[in-house]
Design a protein around this ligand. Structure first.
Ligand code: BES
Ligand code: ZN
Length: 644
């Protein structure tokens, strides 16, 4: 693969990056840029070498991190991690610069492998991207050791007070590195196109357990010193750490669940199908390559439903519904062990390769374990979600291949990448047949295991290995319309849930004026309830919403999925009898997908804005920094504009 000569000669943004740096560094930079000859032979190119990741400052076209060794003290009082990161380098470009990503890190020193102190400078900072950390190295340098401290406001880290945990006795630390937050706790090439192995030594208060996305110690020890090892190369966004009063329950020989002591038994019951899920996925897509698969249930401020940290999926406790009705979040995170963790989106513009594939596989596992009726309901809920979102979203954001154009990649998650992405794969399956598609996907994961993947490369592989063998498939699918166009193409797969059709009949009767008491919901599942609630219009009116609430006690539901759908509808209809329930809901958990639409809808009404003025200041400290930033923009739109 030809190298881009411009990139191999100079670090990314060479000149702009150094604008604010030390004068001495500038001199060295000029010398280095001028001095560096083009290498005589081109080394074997890593797959994504020609891919430019606009969300990283790293000069990965000249040098790559191959291994990370962390040595960290976890200080709850100071809310900081302090220690060293030692990076092994493959300096194939023989560059004199190592540019890393960093965000709010204090760098104490940098040493080269020959023991000398290295020159370094932190460049200009951008809001979501942090700042380049440029280190002067030698063409022969194989290792650098960076001593550093994180900021108490590091956006990847949430430091919970004991009161914010369910045990109320011990503090808790949790990380969230995806998309580009790893750089706020580790100075690293923070791009999904680079992979490295890692090990870590972590010191924590003696009564707490530390866990990472790695081989885990599994049990507390008296010293408070824990060591970790990840022997498969991973991208930086899969670095993860959690520290707290955590216990373990085995679910199978190779899987189990961690959680706070008061939660761990309920978690073990809810996720008891995990071993079956692993087997089902292996049957479809080949061996699970990460050794153990454990899940960690976090305190309710965890900002996501789940996060696929390798060997240690992070989960929100809000999916412990008591009836396994929300376990598809676990099948989703497990599926990422193939789509995402094994074959990884090369840039965040290719995010659908992670999330669309995973949503499709999630559905296949759900179908295998819980049947087509359940899967059909989930497909239809997703389809409703796309329809709703595409009414207001920008057409360009509806292409599977995104153009984040230097914005915050945390804006990438959307119905496009998850649901249009999975629908596209379902369209391919429908066109070529399930058997051929399953065989194709399995070989895709085998062929590209532990490699980054771009949309273009995937399409090339798809055409060469699948579509070209099935006459007319390319035309029937209309690949380009799905990937490089807005909306859902007219050839979309037909999705229909018979159970939902029955729910709609009941909802029609109610909307035609029938009493709530005539609705026969006695056997409705979580999904049927959500569908019913979503079928109600925003013009229902407060009185009829109140009638539903009196009849079915919707504001008192414990199932978070039903409750969230209901509270959105209550707000849309200005049914303020739900006020107390809304307050409980936003104080009880901080999952972005739940709190964001609630605050958004509240902001649209005067009553809602007054509610926010009262409740948000109380709720905010309990949210993860990512969610705080997201909600600040919603509740103070003026401030966000002013800060730009
Ligand atoms: N990898 C995502 C979470 C994520 C996406 C974190 C983008 C940061 C940036 C995870 O696998 C995910 O998709 N979680 C979903 C659950 C899923 C069942 C749709 C969530 O948290 O809602
Ligand atoms: Zn996902």
């Amino acid at each position: 693969m030809p190298r881009n000569p411009r990139n191999s000669e100079e670090p990314r943004n060479c000149c702009s990056m150094l604008k604010n740096s030390l004068a001495s560094l500038l001199l060295i930079a000029a010398a280095a840029c001028a001095r560096q000859p083009a290498p005589a032979t081109v080394p074997p190119a890593p797959v994504a070498q020609s891919v430019r990741d606009a969300d990283s400052f790293a000069n990965t076209d000249a040098v790559r991190v191959t291994h990370l060794a962390l040595d960290l003290d976890v200080d709850f009082a100071k809310k900081q991690l302090a220690g060293t990161a030692t990076l092994d380098l493959d300096n194939f470009g023989r560059t004199s610069w190592l540019v890393l990503d960093s965000r709010d890190l204090t760098i104490r020193s940098v040493k080269l492998d020959d023991g000398t102190a290295a020159t370094f400078a932190i460049g200009e900072s951008k809001p979501a991207h942090g700042a380049p950390l440029t280190i002067g190295i030698k063409p022969t340098t194989r290792q650098v050791t960076i001593a550093y401290v994180t900021s108490p406001d590091a956006p990847a880290l949430q430091w919970l007070e004991p009161e914010q945990t369910s045990g109320k006795k011990s503090p808790f630390l949790l990380s969230q590195s995806e998309s580009i937050l790893a750089r706020s706790w580790v100075p690293i090439q923070d791009t999904p196109s680079v992979r490295f192995t890692y090990d870590a030594t972590v010191r924590v208060p003696k009564d707490l357990l530390a866990l990472m996305s790695a081989e885990n110690p599994m049990q507390r020890n008296a010293t408070g010193v824990y060591t970790f090892r990840m022997t498969n190369p991973i991208p930086s966004y899969l670095l993860a750490i959690a520290v707290g009063d955590i216990e373990f329950r085995a679910l199978g020989p190779n899987s189990g669940v961690y959680a706070e002591p008061s939660v761990v038994d309920a978690a073990a019951r809810e996720f008891s199908d995990l071993p079956k899920m692993i087997t089902a996925t292996e049957e479809l897509y080949g061996p699970y390559r990460w050794g153990r698969y454990d899940a960690l249930v976090l305190p309710p401020s965890f900002p996501f439903g789940g996060m696929e940290n390798p060997r240690l999926t992070f989960l929100t406790p809000t999916i412990i519904a008591g009836d396994k009705s929300l376990v598809s979040v676990v099948t989703h995170e497990l599926a990422h062990s193939w789509s995402g963790n094994l074959v990884t989106n090369a840039t965040w513009n290719d995010f659908w390769l992670n999330e669309g594939f995973t949503t499709y596989i999630e559905q296949r596992i759900v179908e295998k374990l819980y049947g087509t009726q359940f899967a059909d309901m989930q497909w239809e809920l997703a389809r409703t979600g796309i329809r709703k979102e595409f009414q207001t979203s920008e057409p360009r954001s509806q292409w599977l291949k995104l153009d984040l154009a230097g914005g915050d990649p945390d804006d990438a998650p959307s119905a496009t990448v998850y649901d249009k992405g999975s629908l596209f794969l379902r369209k391919i399956e429908e066109t070529v047949g399930r058997e051929a598609f399953d065989r194709f996907l399995r070989s895709y994961f085998d062929t590209f295991a532990f490699q980054p993947m771009t949309t273009e490369r995937f399409l090339e592989y798809l055409r060469a290995n699948l579509l070209s063998n099935v006459p007319g498939a390319e035309q029937k699918i209309d690949v380009n319309a799905w990937v490089y166009g807005p909306g859902i193409p007219p050839n979309e797969p037909v999705i229909q849930s018979a159970a939902f059709t029955r729910v709609e009949e009941q909802s029609k009767r109610f909307l035609a004026g029938g009493p709530a008491s005539a609705i026969d919901a006695s056997a409705w599942s979580t999904q049927e309830w959500v569908h019913f609630i979503q079928s109600l219009p925003s013009t229902l009116g407060a009185a009829r919403a109140a009638e539903l609430d009196r009849t079915f006690h919707l504001s008192d539901r414990r199932n978070f999925e039903v409750l969230e759908a209901w509270l959105e509808k209550a707000i849309e209809n200005e049914y303020w009898g739900a006020d107390a329930a809304i307050e409980r809901f936003v104080l009880a958990q901080g999952r972005a997908r739940y709190v964001r639409p609630i605050y958004q809808k509240l902001m649209a009404t005067e009553h809602g804005r007054a509610f926010i003025a009262r409740v948000y200041p109380v709720a905010r400290p309990g949210y993860h920094p990512i969610v705080q930033a997201m909600l600040d923009k919603i509740v103070n739109p003026g401030d966000a504009k002013a800060a730009q």
